[in-house]
Design a protein around this ligand. Structure first.
Ligand SMILES: Nc1ncnc2c1ncn2[C@@H]1O[C@H](COP(=O)(O)OP(=O)(O)O)[C@@H](O)[C@H]1O
Ligand SMILES: [Mg+2]
Length: 346
């Protein structure tokens, strides 16, 4: 597999939901993702971060082809998804898998692990008979470190822990030999002590099988942990506001929103935590995504906002080694968080 060749490309993608508040009311439109362009290279790990409600899951579903863009195009292996023939579309649907946050909801409670994992293999003719399906499921369980596999294969989802179910979802995702897995907050619902192990499993699947990952999270510490050499994509109110190498971006965040977000990270150092730190924000209130501010969507909260920011939406542009959507990037003081090295995975 050639690295640094985009496996997925989004070009000016917008996703719109229609929401009805009452039976007779007119539906309101929510643009949950606005004009997003993003490349995902084969074999890379991309951390997609942002606060709850900013559109991460919606974007993840658009990447996996589960939501249709209202505007823009999605390319897999350089081919526009809308223009694919049946075979190309099947390659895309198998090639991009999603692992959801809620592992219990993602698995059929009435089916054993063998049924959940083995039947799609038989149906898609990846294996020729039940015996081969059983062997393949055992192999998959071993790959995701559920060993010995015989101990898990005939169990039902409720008989497993959250961490084990998350591994089952990983096994199901890799069973179709994908090129990319979108992992949507895969560790947010499992026990803190088990999180690192699941993150390590993803890193290993990336390294040994060459699968690219989009790791969706609201937690910057795990983003940094998993994407070590990869890229971070920061989202705010449905838009991408900063992209760059994860280590560089967390050490030297350029966008005022990301600077504020990093200031809010709990610091496990009592000396620093004791200092009264004021958040570099004008307001703590997140505007509604159904009625976003004009100009730069961050402008009502930004301490550096100028008149231009209220009128003109900034485009994501090259700045230093990354991309940033901010009119005033050149003028914003460097942000230093001395203790970021000690930020631990919660
Ligand atoms: N199926 C849907 N119908 C209507 N609105 C939705 C739907 N899914 C998500 N939204 C809205 O889109 C916005 C982004 O949601 P989501 O992508 O789930 O954010 P995140 O994953 O970052 O928390 C939210 O305001 C949410 O309420
Ligand atoms: Mg989400």
């Amino acid at each position: 597999m050639i690295k640094n060749q985009p496996i997925m490309q989004l070009k000016d993608v917008s996703i719109v939901f229609e929401k009805r508040t009452g039976l007779f009311s007119k539906p309101t439109k929510i643009k949950a993702v606005n004009d997003v362009s993003l490349n995902i290279n084969s074999g890379e790990i991309v951390a997609l971060v942002g606060e709850s409600g900013c559109g991460k899951t919606t974007l993840g579903k658009a990447i996996a082809g589960l939501l249709d863009p209202a505007e823009g195009q999605v390319f897999f292996n350089g081919i526009d998804v809308k223009k694919m023939n049946k075979k190309q579309f099947e390659e895309y649907r198998n090639g991009v898998q999603i692992v959801q946050q809620d592992s219990y909801a993602a698995l059929n409670p009435a089916r054993t692990i063998y049924q959940s994992l083995g039947e799609p293999l038989l149906h898609k003719k990846i294996v020729k008979d039940k015996k081969e399906a059983y062997e393949r499921v055992c192999e998959l369980l071993t790959t995701v470190e559920l060993t010995p596999p015989e101990q898990f294969i005939n169990k039902y989802p409720h008989q497993l822990s959250g961490g084990q179910r998350q591994r089952i979802l990983m096994a199901r995702a890799i069973s179709l030999s994908p090129k990319l897995i979108v992992a949507d907050e895969p560790v947010s619902m499992i026990d803190v002590s088990l999180r690192i192990a699941v993150l390590n499993l993803m890193a290993r699947l990336n390294k040994t099988l060459g699968i690219a990952f989009v790791y969706i999270t609201h937690d910057l510490a795990t983003a940094r942990y998993i994407a070590k050499n990869g890229k971070i994509v920061v989202m705010y109110l449905g838009e991408l506001i900063e992209i760059g190498n994860v280590i560089e971006v967390i050490k030297d965040p350029k966008h005022p929103y990301l600077q504020a977000l990093l200031s809010a990270v709990p610091i496990p150092n009592p000396w620093i935590a004791k200092q009264e730190k004021e958040l570099p924000l004008k307001s703590l209130d997140m505007p509604s995504i159904s009625n976003p501010p004009s100009g730069c969507r961050f402008n009502p909260r930004c301490i550096y906002a100028t008149e231009k920011c209220e009128i003109e939406p900034p485009i994501l542009r090259q700045f230093d080694n990354g991309l940033i959507a901010c009119h005033n990037a050149e003028k914003i003081p460097k942000f230093v968080l001395p203790s970021i090295e000690s930020v631990t995975v919660e």
